[in-house]
Design a protein around this ligand. Structure first.
Ligand SMILES: Nc1ncnc2c1ncn2[C@@H]1O[C@H](COP(=O)(O)OP(=O)(O)OP(=O)(O)O)[C@@H](O)[C@H]1O
Length: 341
């Protein structure tokens, strides 16, 4: 059991504030991802949760027990880092069981746990190998195995996939999600990759400049971003922000900015009422879809449309947006405005 509750957490490094009054509850057995651009305070938050960094102020609770004063080894937590730092001269089996050996856990118990972890991770046949005899993805699994044998209440993962190539990352993403379902423990995951956050998490906490911008399910974050920052950061390809939305027949208050996701932009080779003419700037094949960038005179608009897309570069097309799908943000502070306001 581990609910992790963070209240008014703050970390200053000299005059700079890395984490600013963060309040957040990670539910028992939840997969929560902290996501945000480089330097937004994700790792510092994780390091405070696990006890590697002391908070300037605020408190962290594990199931109602304040843990802020406890050293890392007294917190019921296991951590997986970006650099998996395996012991090069030990076998996979010894690497996974090392922490338990240090804790003087009986040999038989260690064997049982190491085998259960290796089975869950699909590396049973690699137990006798040394790290240099493994691929990057296999090493990453060993690092995960080292954490899961610890049997902690909460697992903290700091960008564990960032050293892997794109294909392996996609594969390991699914494996970690599966592992979470299997071990049924609290996972707190840190990444700057919004696709990882969207695909793996029960809930996502989006940070910018040390401040929590929004916390919600992937659907909530994607469909109802709380502000312009979240709308722009989450989603690939990113949301369009239109300066001339009125041309598309959208009624917009003076002090608002309109956003529309590429999948809600329509393109027609012939004129359609309410559509705006433009020139194809570039078309990029994504697989089943094509990402088409259209120059409508004073701005570029990206549309994600089903393949094939036949119009060539510089040809004239007509661009329309679905008014029911627009997002509106206050020009002054970027906060989301109700649709149709
Ligand atoms: N030990 C430190 N001393 C001084 N400043 C620090 C220290 N650790 C982090 N910072 C600063 O605090 C801010 C947040 O850093 P943090 O590592 O938490 O960001 P992050 O979101 O994890 O970024 P990244 O994705 O690049 O790892 C950054 O501006 C960073 O430079």
């Amino acid at each position: 059991m581990a609910e992790v509750r963070i209240e008014g957490l703050r970390k200053d490094f000299g005059k700079a504030t890395a984490v600013d009054e963060l309040t957040l509850t990670v539910r028992d057995r939840e997969f929560l991802t902290l996501v945000g651009p480089s330097g937004c305070g994700k790792s510092t938050t994780l390091r405070m949760i696990c006890g590697l960094e002391r908070a300037t102020s605020g408190q962290i609770y594990f199931d109602d027990q304040a843990v802020g004063h406890l050293p890392a080894n007294k917190r019921d937590i296991a951590m997986v880092f970006q650099s998996y730092a395996l012991y090069p001269h030990r076998t996979v089996e010894q690497n996974i069981g090392f922490a338990l050996k240090m804790m003087r856990v009986p040999r038989k118990t260690i064997d049982g746990k190491v085998h259960a972890a290796a089975k869950a991770l699909g590396i049973l046949d690699l137990l006798d190998r040394k790290p240099r005899e493994l691929s990057g993805g296999q090493r990453q699994r060993v690092a995960l195995g080292r954490a899961i044998v610890r049997d902690a209440g909460a697992y903290l993962l700091d960008e564990p996939l960032s050293n892997l190539d794109a294909q392996l990352r996609v594969h390991m993403r699914a494996e970690i999600k599966r592992l979470h379902a299997e071990v049924a423990r609290t996972f707190i995951y840190v990444t700057h990759d919004q696709v990882e956050a969207m695909t793996m998490s029960d809930r996502i906490a989006v940070l910018s400049d040390g401040r929590l911008q929004q916390c919600g399910t992937p659907e909530e974050i994607y469909e109802r971003p709380a502000n312009r920052f979240v709308a722009a950061f989450m989603g690939s390809p990113p949301m369009n922000f239109l300066s001339g939305a009125r041309r598309f027949g959208v009624s917009v208050p003076d002090d608002a900015e309109v956003g529309i996701r590429p999948e809600h932009v329509r393109i027609s080779p012939t004129f359609v009422d309410g559509y705006v003419p433009g020139r194809v700037f570039v078309a990029e094949l994504l697989g089943a879809d094509v990402l088409v960038t259209v120059d409508v005179g004073d701005e570029l608009i990206k549309a994600r449309v089903p393949a094939p897309f036949d119009a060539g570069v510089d040809s004239t097309v007509y661009v329309g947006i679905d008014p029911a799908k627009i997002h509106m943000f206050a020009a002054a502070d970027g906060r989301a405005l109700p649709r149709g306001a």
